[in-house]
Design a protein around this ligand. Sequence first.
Ligand SMILES: [Zn+2]
Length: 331
Amino acid sequence: MLNEIQGLPAGFLDAAAEDMKRLLQTPSLIHLEGKNPQPLFISTLLHGNEDSGLKALQIILKKFENKTLPRALSIFIGNVSAAEKNMRKLDAQPDYNRVWPGTDSDACEETRLMQRVVDVMKKRKPFASIDLHNNTGRNPHYGCVNRMSAQYLQLARLFSHTVVYFSTPKGVQSEAFSVICPAVTLECGKVGEKDGVSHAARYIETVMQLETLPDHVPGDIDLLHTVGRVTINTALDFDFDGSGDLALDGSIELYNFRQVKENTRFATLMTNTTNAFDVWDDEGNNVYDEYFKLDGQHVVLKKTMMPSMFTKNTDIIRQDCLCYLMEHIDQ
Ligand SMILES: [Zn+2]
């Protein structure tokens, strides 16, 4: 099931995400030697259409093509079948970043696959773990952690001043690896943006060259915590033009990582339902009433909040969520 190999397969450095299935057949764990034998673990293409991580890796691996890497690398190339179709996931598949140990999904082929990756890596005692992603909305580049420990925050701070702590959704790669080593999820902006690729490449090289991660909390971080995951009532047909049951506000993408004031409109109900959204807290409770209210037919914020991951891509809204709501954490 897991294709575990030593060394890069021929053609890897110039292959597109779409070609990974032809090259590797299945999700693959590739081990590369380096001066420092303790490996850095990097996963990418857990979401098949998010290729900035692969491109960043290719830049670094080309740079060291005929040299020794400063540190061993173990690279996990995730959803090759979805990547071949340029999709986040295939319709029949679970989300590859919701099936890692700690998941609330039922056991399946993919949960066993990710357990296997964790088991293999645990024995190799990785230095750190980096999971590379893109998002579809307008967001700054930022790192996410699942533990508020010094070295985890340092690892995230090396990528961006903005750091998000989250504990749901469950079954994400960075939470599973948090048990083994400092771990981050990196959001490298939208697919196709060159600065996301070059930023991730510089970051990977920096982390590979580190001997240790500082053991004190970085002073200069903007630390945020997700308090709710907003999904749309599945009974509603939604869009941005007002032809469905729920019209989402066209400017929501601009709200990402900004303080959005109380009473700001997120959507307008075109039907006689009162329940437009569900808002899920870390314990799985629906806390809609805490964050939203109706103002006539408009769904408005009940208090000032900072959203993230707002997207206008309706497929992603359906497959994942509309956005997250965040608050600052005072250190
Ligand atoms: Zn992703």
